[in-house]
Ligand binder design. Structure first.
Ligand code: 13P
Ligand code: SF4
Length: 350
């Protein structure tokens, strides 16, 4: 058992020793104790971009969740190894679409709509789902580029299957003018399409998945805040439910939220609806602004939080000892097809 200070010191030593052979990407939702050692901090799009750009570091210790480490492995070369400091750092949303459910859905949807659908998958999905998307002509999206990717998808096909996050899909499609009654929901548990009306009108099929962190921001949180703090502006992530996004003043990706607060006037007041570690960091970085979490219970992402200082250090020590620990390796066929869907996104990113 090591003291925190000693652990930090050892991480610094290892980083020094490995130099550019080591690269630590860190997602904005990571804890401060981890983020302080990140070589690049970003949202999921930025981390995919920096992973693709770094073809030199031999060891990539990914501080984020499993699907992000898989993406990094897919985008880097065979001489680079990606590690996830704790294998239990998954994503409940990504787990809501497995490949068997997805293939079943695709078969039914092809029977129903013929060749009029293109899949779009949020990067918060397993490599197998990205591969499914790639081999069926579709693309990945992130919350930063969802809008332009949905617009692109409609230049390809008449309909979109958006997975696994129904909220990002609904919010984004609504933003570009698709009426809510032209959106259906695919229920992967019952293998059925939830829709009332003429199915010929369906433009977007939303996978019934969600983020358990962002679903914790509610209409009653907003009502409470509007009553007690009418001066506060509310900004939320588009993984929040439609009603919550609708009642907010603004919504956008992790990076968008950070930028809006950066550019806000000193003295302004904000309630933010996104992950707790990031909200806490934004509060700390802006003492000149009055900032709170939209949900007073803060809403941590439990799986993101599984990456902590002891796990980061353990991961680095296994590298130093030349052992194989927590390596993320996507099989070649899956990686190749998944890369097609990532490349389609990266070619149009931003
Ligand atoms: P972004 O990083 O794309 O904003 O995604 C949010 C998220 O939930 C990551 O897990
Ligand atoms: Fe998954 Fe939501 Fe956590 Fe992001 S915040 S890793 S989408 S559970």
């Amino acid at each position: 058992h090591m003291e925190r200070g000693a652990m930090e010191q050892r991480v610094r030593e290892i980083k020094q020793e490995l130099g550019s052979a080591l690269f630590i990407p860190g997602h904005h939702y990571q804890k401060d104790e981890v983020i302080q050692f990140a070589d690049a901090i970003g949202d999921s799009l930025q981390l995919a971009q920096v992973s693709a750009a770094n073809q030199a570091a031999e060891h990539i210790v990914f501080c984020g969740v499993h699907f992000m480490a898989e993406t990094a492995d897919i985008l880097t070369n065979d001489n680079q190894t990606v590690y996830l400091p704790d294998m239990r750092a998954g994503c409940s949303m990504a787990d809501m679409a497995d490949i068997y459910q997805t293939e079943r859905a695709w078969t039914t949807l092809q029977q129903t709509f013929g060749d009029t659908i293109i899949p779009l998958t949020y990067v918060n999905s397993t490599a197998a789902i990205k591969a499914f998307t790639g081999r069926n002509g579709g693309s990945c999206v992130t919350s930063s580029n969802a809008r332009s990717m949905v617009e692109w998808a409609f230049t390809q096909k008449q309909r979109i299957l958006f997975l696994p996050d129904q909220h990002l899909g609904r919010n984004t499609a609504f933003d570009i003018g698709v009426p809510l009654d032209h959106m259906a929901v695919w229920n992967p548990i019952t293998d059925t399409l939830e829709y009332e009306g003429d199915i010929a009108n369906i433009q977007v099929i939303l996978w019934k998945g969600h983020c358990s962190v962002h679903e914790n921001f509610t209409v009653s949180n907003i009502e409470e805040l509007r009553r007690t703090r009418p001066d506060m502006k509310i900004i939320v992530h588009p993984e929040c439910r439609r009603e919550v996004v609708e009642l907010s003043d603004d919504n956008g990706s992790t990076k968008y939220i950070i930028d809006v607060i950066e550019q806000a006037e000193p003295g302004t007041s904000w309630a933010i609806g996104t992950e707790m570690n990031l909200v806490k960091r934004i509060i700390a970085n802006h003492p000149d602004k009055d900032i709170v979490s939209l949900n007073p219970n803060m809403c941590p992402c439990l799986t993101m939080n599984r990456i902590d200082l002891p796990h980061l250090l353990w991961s680095l020590e296994t590298i130093m000892a030349g052992k194989k620990g927590n390596i993320i390796k996507v099989d070649e066929k899956t990686a190749l097809q998944a890369k097609m869907s990532l490349d389609r996104m990266l070619a149009r990113a931003n």
